[in-house]
Design a protein around this ligand. Structure first.
Ligand code: AVJ
Length: 313
């Protein structure tokens, strides 16, 4: 696809260390017990497409609930000269927010961070077209690495979509600590009826299952693996003690798989842990904020209390 920018000066993209270590992570993850592969590897082209589809599922309340909160309260969020966003994806929420920000400002800089170049280009093209006063300085990198590349002057940082839910408590505190000096708008999915959570992570149409299984398909495509996808089952459940949804891939029978010149033996029922998606309580949000050196400035939620958007400063 060829993009033609109306004004090239207003869009740039830096790509940094984007060999994200998929092979190394898979080798290490299949070699350890219990086996696990980090969820950031879900998002190749096919995985990103499937995730977009998840976001529109009736059972996946997450996206539409957060969107409604943002839409309703956008005017209360503090605009800033520079807005940084971790994990902008295709930027539906970002577009909404900039509509609100540009009611009171004429010039802004937007720094979207994502691993998908296509998503960054699409967001950049749309936003620079829509807002003549906007410059987009995109960063294509892993979140951890991007922390060293974002502007230092006090900015508004967006960390939406409960992307923070992929981090455990210590990781979340470490990530937010690195953002001190900025204001941070964070979207967090709240603890709720496990039935609702189960439905959101195991939809009847099987989109979430396909999203999970795509990780094995990606290993086959990119690392020359020979996973037989018919021999694996998507499994997700709410681990109430840990306050998180866990996603696993379960081996249907005893089998042998070759990946990266190595042989892996699986017994029936053995799993690969592919994702934790933490669900938060009000106390946990307060703890994360204070442990990372922030004040919980403001908090917005929906009528059912399913999702929270908080402003840390
Ligand atoms: C992108 C991490 C917020 O945890 O809800 C959706 C990913 N996994 N369905 C989430 C996901 C299965 C999503 N996050």
């Amino acid at each position: 696809m060829v993009f033609r920018w109306r004004d090239t000066n207003r869009f740039s993209i830096v790509e940094s260390r984007i060999n994200d270590g998929f092979a190394e992570a898979v080798r290490a993850g299949l070699g350890q017990r219990p086996r696990s592969i980090p969820p950031r590897f879900f998002y190749d082209a096919r995985g990103s497409e499937l995730f977009e589809k998840i976001c529109t599922l009736p059972e996946y309340y997450v996206t539409r609930t957060e969107f409604a909160i943002l839409k309703r309260y956008a005017r209360e969020f503090p605009p800033a000269d520079t807005v940084i966003e971790f994990g902008c994806g295709y930027g539906a929420k970002t577009r909404l927010l900039f509509e609100a920000f540009f009611r009171t400002r004429r010039k802004m800089t937007f720094v979207p961070v994502d691993i998908s170049k296509r998503a960054l280009e699409e967001v950049g093209r749309y936003l620079t077209d829509a807002h003549p006063g906007l410059a987009v300085r995109a960063i294509r990198a892993e979140f951890d690495h991007a922390l060293q590349l974002i502007p230092r002057d006090p900015s508004l940082v967006l960390f939406l979509g409960s992307n923070i839910g992929n981090l455990d408590h210590a990781e979340a505190v470490r990530f937010l600590s690195a953002l001190r000096g900025h204001q941070v708008l964070v979207g967090l999915d709240m603890q709720k009826d496990p039935e609702l959570l189960h439905a959101a992570y195991d939809d009847p149409g099987g989109v979430t299952a396909e999203f999970n299984l795509n990780l094995l398909a990606r290993i086959n495509r990119e690392l020359g693996g020979d996973f037989d996808l018919g021999q694996w089952k998507h499994f997700s459940f709410y681990n109430a003690a840990a306050g998180r949804i866990e996603m696993h891939l379960i081996s249907k029978g005893a089998q042998v798989v070759r990946v990266l010149e190595e042989t892996h033996r699986f017994e029936a029922g053995e799993c690969i842990h592919t994702e934790n998606s933490y669900k938060f309580s009000a106390d946990q949000i307060r703890a994360i904020a204070s442990e990372s050196g922030f004040r919980l400035e403001k908090q917005w939620t929906d009528e059912q209390g399913w999702f929270s958007v908080v402003l840390l400063s």
